[in-house]
Design a binder for this molecule. Structure first.
Ligand code: PAF
Length: 270
């Protein structure tokens, strides 16, 4: 497996390879990321993964400085998956001190995580756009746990006519249903026991769709989560196509949730 830290190294590698799949990550890899790599291998001849903890997608009181940096272990895991290349850029490589450009995907970034994490999706869209321009992949894969992130990136790719095919990969879960996330490691032992309740509540909400109104479903779910120590950021039924809040007449729905357990913010959807 080749390890690159500069843009010119990635560009030279890209020129040698005709069909490339790309998996952008912030490292601290878990089974969900490795599943992206496995899927990526089915879609291209070569797979490149980036590991970059992107400062612009963290808010001022968020966990940028403490976000786990585990590059050595991450590279070992990727090597075991027969990944072809890893891009490990420095902050200065991605953000030159004179840079003036931000990519902002307006409407779809507004609600849900966008409402509680100001500027988060501008940071995500900007870094993903930069990484796409550096790697120039044919295909890029993202986990669907971050459903709004995937929708933001799809909208950016469409609006900027970026020549890349996007593939969303279903969420990988622990055996008790908890969605895999690099942030699960922040949970204390007792919080880890409670954490699968988020997915259980989503499942119950989905069952309730046939018998209850959206207002009732959201209300029941929020109080259920609050009764089990979660502080709910949002629990919302939305239209899958454009992430607008759903009305009773809509079909093709997605239920999106974010809630804090102690200091850890968990997100999930169904
Ligand atoms: O999902 C992530 O890990 C990050 O948001 C991404 C897409 C790598 C951009 O920094």
């Amino acid at each position: 497996m080749q390890i690159f830290t500069t843009i010119s190294e990635v560009r030279a590698w890209r020129k040698e390879n005709s069909h490339v799949a790309f998996v952008p990550t912030m490292g601290n890899l878990h089974a969900g990321h490795l599943q992206l790599v496995r899927q990526a291998k089915k879609h291209a001849d070569k797979v490149i993964v980036s590991i970059f903890v992107n400062p612009t997608q963290f808010g001022i009181n968020e966990d940028f400085s403490t976000y786990p940096r585990t590059e050595i272990r991450d590279c070992e895991l990727l090597e075991n998956e027969n990944c072809d290349a890893v891009f490990l850029p420095s902050i200065e490589t991605i953000y030159s001190p004179t840079a003036q450009t931000t990519v902002s995907v307006s409407e779809i970034s507004q609600n849900f995580c966008g409402a509680s994490r100001a500027g988060h999706f501008d940071g995500v869209a900007t870094v993903v756009c930069k990484l796409f321009n550096i790697v120039q992949p044919d295909v890029a894969l993202f986990g669907l746990k971050d459903f709004q992130q995937f929708a933001v990136i799809q909208t950016m790719v469409r609006d900027l006519h970026l020549p890349v095919e996007l593939i969303g990969v279903p969420t990988v879960r622990e055996s008790d249903g908890l969605a895999m996330s690099s942030r699960n490691g922040y949970l204390t032992e007792s919080e880890r026991e409670i954490a699968p309740q988020l997915y259980k509540t989503l499942q119950k909400a989905r069952e309730n769709l046939s018998t209850k109104t959206i207002f009732e479903i959201e209300k029941i779910a929020i109080s259920e989560l609050e009764n089990t120590e979660f502080i709910v950021d949002y629990f919302k039924v939305a239209r899958r196509s454009d992430l607008k809040f759903a009305t009773e007449n809509d079909g093709n729905l997605i239920i999106l949730a974010a809630a804090k357990l102690g200091k850890t913010r968990l997100i999930d959807n169904l």
